[in-house]
Design a protein around this ligand. Structure first.
Ligand code: NAP
Length: 441
């Protein structure tokens, strides 16, 4: 039935965790994919670094000559699953310039170079799809670009990094400190040998840039995203969070913010935050991801599932591949980059949140009022204060721990307050400053 149609030629770059699973899907479900596309897919070649490695794959399909593969006449779609920014960027640009549609899962590249890649796709009138670049198997790019194309997205907030979510979930569940939870994550294969990109929030920031760009029709790069990682989170933070009915999650937050003057801005930020246990993101545990989208007419939508892993990620890549192939067969294109709004990015100092500040102070009368005065001076309104004694091994009170929870305040006002608190003689140290999300003003 599908023998007559001209096949759609596919080149896959990378045969690692995701590439292997994609090739398996292409081979195992060839008949179904052909029916959905209207023509069969033909795998023309697979780009790798080490052609000689034994991979259970016909060796004539493998090549380390990426440039030759992506420019072949019989290749219509290039699927980039190699990873690093380079050589992926060069390969994708070359493919686009030669009129190939491109599917990629490369969030690091997209968060730096969306503009360049989108322009090259535009010039060549071809598709550039990247559903797998954010939250693995979870459909979130296509809902934002297509299903919500008629609505106004106001907020996208999510847990988009499985490694950090596993670590924080374990710290919460077992009381382990950060180092032990990271070691467990590494032993189980959830953390890479160098976990910096995950634990310092770089990976989540790349995804936030991609989400903010498509949600708000504005080019946002990773350099526009404010970022804090999870390495300073302690068991004490979890104890305080629990006392407040919260847990701690690394969140990527993209917001459309309207200033008092009526100007619209975009804010994109990544940080660990206290999240109430009643919030839907609080129950996203282990290596799972979830994204909550709020749009004016649709209200709140939640997307949940496996944010990484070879097969789940390959599912999202295969979906893009089918879309791009169908467009080739029909001679059409999917939606192109939408950047008409070009909203300015709001610096972190101007964004507002509720804050949790934990400090250790001298256990003397009047200290609490000195602390409260520093908040008041900068118009940071206090919602809740808890003070308790800290005792030494002989049971003597040696200090007091004060936890302050604020109402909504700007980041700059809270930063100034914290700096002033640290300078007070009665304050021994400010141990933690975390935001509260999902609790209202
Ligand atoms: P991986 O297991 O490290 O595999 C990378 C593959 O690319 C290998 O086959 C490697 O060849 C090939 N490669 C790397 N550099 C190359 C070069 N210079 N020239 C030719 N081939 C090269 O990576 P992965 O986990 O499958 O990830 C692939 C992409 O998907 C990345 O962009 C990643 O960020 C993204 N992604 C991954 C996941 C996930 O869960 N793994 C989730 C979402 C997105 P050799 O085999 O010869 O070394």
């Amino acid at each position: 039935m599908f023998g007559e149609e001209k096949p759609v030629g596919v080149a896959v770059l990378g045969l690692g965790n995701v590439g292997r699973e994609l090739v398996r899907i292409i081979e195992d479900t060839a008949g179904d994919l052909a029916a959905r596309i209207g023509a069969p897919l033909a795998l023309r070649g697979i780009g790798v670094r080490r052609v000689a490695a034994d991979r259970g794959m016909p060796v004539e399909l493998l090549t380390d000559n990426i440039e030759e593969l992506v420019t072949r006449e019989d290749v219509d779609i290039v699927v980039e699953l190699m990873g690093p920014v380079e050589p992926a960027r060069k390969a994708i640009l070359s493919a686009l310039e030669h009129g190939k549609s491109v599917v990629t899962a490369n969030k690091a590249l997209l968060s730096q170079s969306t503009g360049e890649l989108a322009q090259a796709a535009e010039n060549a009138h071809v598709d550039l799809y990247f559903e797998a670049a954010v939250a693995g198997a979870i459909p979130v790019i296509r809902p934002l670009t297509q299903s919500l194309a008629g609505d106004t997205v106001v907020r996208v907030a999510g847990i988009v990094n499985g490694t950090t979510n596993y670590i924080l979930s374990e710290m919460d569940r077992t009381g382990a400190d950060y180092a032990r939870a990271l070691a467990d994550a590494s032993a189980l294969g959830y953390a890479e040998a160098d976990p910096t990109a995950d634990v310092e929030g770089y990976d989540a920031a790349a995804k936030a840039a991609i989400l903010a760009s498509i949600a708000f029709h504005t080019r946002v790069t990773v350099d526009d995203v404010y970022r804090e990682g999870i390495t300073k989170i302690t068991p004490d933070d979890f104890a305080s969070a629990r006392a407040l009915g919260c847990t701690i999650k690394l969140l990527a937050i993209c917001e459309r913010i309207t200033t008092e003057q009526g100007q619209q801005h975009v804010s994109a930020r990544v940080y660990p935050a206290l999240v109430p246990l009643t919030h839907p993101l609080a129950s996203v545990n282990g290596a799972f991801n979830a994204v909550v989208v709020e749009a004016k007419a649709a209200g709140r939508l939640m997307f949940y599932g496996q944010g990484a892993g070879g097969a789940p990620t390959a599912s999202a890549v295969a979906g893009d591949l089918v879309m791009a192939a169908r467009n080739r067969v029909l001679g059409s294109r999917g939606p192109r980059e939408s950047k008409y709004a070009q909203l300015p990015v709001l610096p972190i100092g101007f964004t507002s949140a509720r804050y949790y500040v934990r400090m250790y102070v001298a256990d003397n009368p009047g200290v609490l009022s000195s602390v409260a005065a520093e908040f008041a001076k900068r118009a940071v309104s206090i919602a809740e204060v808890r003070q308790e004694g800290v005792v030494d091994e002989d049971g003597q009170r040696v200090a007091a721990r004060i936890v302050v929870v604020t109402h909504n305040a700007t980041d700059s006002a809270v930063s100034e307050t914290v700096a002033a608190l640290a300078d007070l003689d009665v304050v021994q140290r400010v141990a933690a400053v975390l935001r509260l999300e999902g609790t209202g003003p």
